[in-house]
Design a protein around this ligand. Structure first.
Ligand code: PGA
Length: 252
């Protein structure tokens, strides 16, 4: 069986000024233990990327962005391109987060264009997928997740198959304190991996599938012990160093 290195990713959303971001980064770096097996990533807002990149220099923590546009340059006022994010020191870019889908109208097609542009710039996309509470109640979870996954990964170049990370984030669990139980998350994530086998063949075995949605120090270990949960995308609990560090520790 392929060993997948766990990834603990902090999504800071629209939080932290540059100064606050520096302080949080330093606290995380100070609290990291030696011999950590998991990979750690933080995704600050665009305005704090440079400040956090400077703090992370020489450390093992990687930098990510929360979104990107699908063109690399041009007359797109307000947009940030993957090439710019690579230049700012990012390694990862989150695409398709449910808050982008909900508040900014990102469709599956838009998410796919973003994912391909991120790969084109040499970065690693984290593709977020997940159902709403209405969809879950209507027993459409697997249908919705399958559609988001297939459309999100459309036209993926064969050479990029190994580079994609998936995050299963049930919308009803994000920022609500309602976490999917480990078995609920495992069920969907095993399904995602079975679909990945159809879409990207053997690369599915090494693809990391993160869980996101109200991950806390209390529930992290039981979620991460599931066979198809290869890390966590953490929102609220990543904004404070003590809770984020505890989640990192739970990952081993
Ligand atoms: P949450 O957010 O941990 O605050 O629920 C997770 C996310 O949106 O990535």
């Amino acid at each position: 069986m392929i060993e997948r290195q766990l990834l603990i990713a902090g999504n800071w959303k629209m939080h932290k000024t540059q100064g606050e971001a520096r302080v949080l980064t330093r606290e995380i770096l100070r609290g990291l233990s030696y011999g950590l097996r998991a990979e750690v990533m933080v995704a600050p807002p665009y305005t704090a990327l440079a400040a956090v990149a400077a703090e992370l220099k020489g450390s093992t923590i990687t930098l990510g962005a929360q979104d990107a546009f699908w063109e690399q340059q041009g007359a797109y006022t307000g947009a940030i391109s993957p090439v710019m994010l690579a230049d700012a020191g990012c390694h990862y870019v989150i695409v398709g987060h449910s808050e982008r889908r909900q508040h900014f109208g990102d469709s599956n097609r838009d998410v796919n264009r973003k994912l391909l542009a991120v790969l084109d710039a040499g970065l690693t996309p984290i593709l977020c997928i997940g159902e709403t509470i209405e969809e879950r109640q209507a027993e459409k979870t697997l249908l919705v997740v399958a559609e988001q996954l297939k459309e999100g990964l459309a036209q993926l170049p064969a050479g990029s198959r190994e580079r994609v990370v998936i995050a299963y984030e049930p919308v009803w669990a994000i920022g609500t304190g309602l976490t999917a139980t480990p078995s609920q998350a495992q069920e969907v994530q095993a399904f995602i991996r079975s679909l990945l086998r159809e879409l990207i063949d053997q690369a599915a075995e090494s693809t990391r599938i993160l869980y996101g949605g109200s991950v806390t120090p209390d529930n992290a270990a039981s979620l991460l012990s599931q066979p198809d949960i290869d890390g966590a995308l953490v929102g609220g609990a990543s904004l404070k160093s003590d809770s984020f560090l505890k989640i990192i520790t739970a990952a081993g």
